[in-house]
Design a protein around this ligand. Structure first.
Ligand SMILES: Cc1cc2nc3c(=O)[nH]c(=O)nc-3n(C[C@H](O)[C@H](O)[C@H](O)COP(=O)(O)OP(=O)(O)OC[C@H]3O[C@@H](n4cnc5c(N)ncnc54)[C@H](O)[C@@H]3O)c2cc1C
Length: 420
């Protein structure tokens, strides 16, 4: 077999790629496996929220990619550039061609900083920060610490984005800091959201409305950030009214936390693997490509309408691995992924609402007897200790640890909620 051929080829060595490779290696010792991944560093991105809030460090969220990929898996330290699924090949940016029997596509998503005029020039200075990149996340904490008075804006772009709760999570952490410092009354905190509501799942949206009301933060819905002038501390929003009319509104800020618009990576958009939306076109339950049977996709890069989270990846990995083995053994594929995703919503520096849900906005908690809408200290401990440990020690190492998430755990609460 040539060095440029692998039984299993994985594009992207992030949360999904490393977990799939290591899980497959546990189940199949013979298969040759390679990961195409250009980055030397691997980040635990769910930790970025608490770095921005001053409760965690970038060091704790960072590992060398080399330490996550065992020697039995070939790491191709390169960018994948294009796909030729009819020939079962991927071309790298260097021009090298790699062939495969099975392909898994998981290069995450693209942060479109350039879609907000002036943002690239000013991000990381002038009070313009973002938790969405390891290059800018520490500056968020710097901005929060520097604030003594003035206006702090927190923006949310149109969906889909990864971790849809993250734009408001950092706002609650910042506001809690201002309260603890005794300066809350000096700071006008505002949420500027391109969407029409607090969260995609009504059950949790109501709970979050209570949180934001408790903090007395005004919500500017249908306010989409389109331009930033960092030096003059001015943000321009396109505001859509109830009749669909649009107008531009300028707001002054002293600090602004920006969540950038997000889309499929360009090399995916321009590939035969993309759906019209640009994302990797896979079946939402089997995660098999809708056109190319030996291609699978998972993580942030796909068309599946779940919350783009590492929690979703955890449930998707076994489905992809099992279905590759099913295909190899000529057995039927399992429709094993039900759209589970989870968002630990940091509502203060000591509490988290653990929102767990599946396709169609079904509330599907992993734990009975607990009301998932509660602002809970247990899940704060999960956020800062338990979930990172699960990520590094279990998920990335290819362990399967399925905690069943069941609609019945919340059925009574959901019924009461919809009747209230
Ligand atoms: C601020 C923030 C807060 C978050 N909070 C949470 C949370 O609380 N809970 C939660 O579950 N999730 C959270 N997430 C989301 C979570 O981190 C992602 O959903 C998860 O990392 C997706 O995994 P992935 O493997 O699809 O993508 P990633 O982990 O982003 O990995 C993609 C990999 O592909 C590589 N790549 C890119 N282009 C190429 C190419 N051309 N060729 C080869 N490789 C390429 C990249 O270098 C990267 O290593 C958060 C994310 C952010 C940014």
């Amino acid at each position: 077999m040539s060095e440029n051929h692998h039984n299993l080829l994985i594009v992207g060595g992030g949360a999904a790629g490393v977990s799939v490779a290591n899980n497959m290696r546990r189940l199949d010792k013979e298969m040759t496996i390679a990961i195409i991944e250009p980055s030397e560093k691997h980040y635990y991105q769910p930790g970025f929220t608490i770095i921005g809030g001053g409760a965690y460090t970038l060091k704790k969220t960072t590992r060398n990619e080399a330490d996550l990929i065992p020697s039995s898996i070939n790491w191709i330290k390169e960018f994948a550039d294009s796909f030729q699924p009819d020939n079962n090949t991927v071309t790298l940016r260097s021009g090298d061609i790699i062939s495969y029997d099975y392909l898994v596509v998981c290069p995450g998503l693209q942060l479109d900083w350039n879609k907000i005029e002036g943002l690239e020039e000013t991000i990381g200075k002038n009070g313009v920060c973002s938790n969405y990149s390891p290059d800018t996340v520490e500056y968020t904490w710097e901005c929060i610490q520097k604030m003594e008075k003035g206006t702090a804006l927190f923006t949310q772009p149109p969906m889909p984005i990864k971790c849809a709760g993250a734009p408001q999570k950092i706002m609650y952490l910042a506001t809690d800091r201002f309260i603890k410092k005794g300066i809350r009354d000096n700071i006008d905190v505002q949420f500027c959201n391109a969407g029409p509501g607090m969260f995609g799942v009504p059950f949790f949206a109501k709970a979050l409305k209570k949180v934001i009301e408790k903090y007395d933060i005004p919500c500017n819905f249908n306010n989409n950030l389109v331009a930033i002038d960092g030096e003059n501390k001015t943000a321009t929003f396109e505001v859509t009214d109830s009749d669909g009319n649009k107008q531009r509104v300028e707001r002054q800020f002293d600090m602004i936390h920006v969540t950038p618009p997000q889309s499929a990576p360009d090399f995916i958009k321009n590939s035969p693997l993309a759906a019209e939306s640009g994302w990797v076109d896979v079946h939402q339950n089997t995660l098999q490509h809708n056109k190319y049977a030996n291609v699978f996709g998972l993580g942030d890069a796909t068309t599946t309408p779940n919350a783009k989270t590492a929690a979703a990846v955890r449930k998707q990995v076994p489905v992809v691995v099992d279905n590759i083995l099913n295909l190899k053994n000529n057995t039927a594929l399992v429709e094993g992924y039900d759209g589970y995703g989870s968002c630990p919503l940091t509502t203060s520096l000591s509490s988290v609402i653990l929102a767990e849900f599946s396709y169609g906005g079904k509330v599907t908690p992993s734990f009975p007897f607990l009301d998932p809408r509660n602002n809970s200290y247990i899940w704060w401990l999960g956020k800062i200790i338990g979930f990172p440990w699960m990520y590094w020690q279990l998920m990335l190492k290819g362990s399967r640890f399925d905690i069943p998430h069941l609609e019945k755990y919340a059925a009574k609460l959901v019924k009461q909620d919809s009747e209230s």
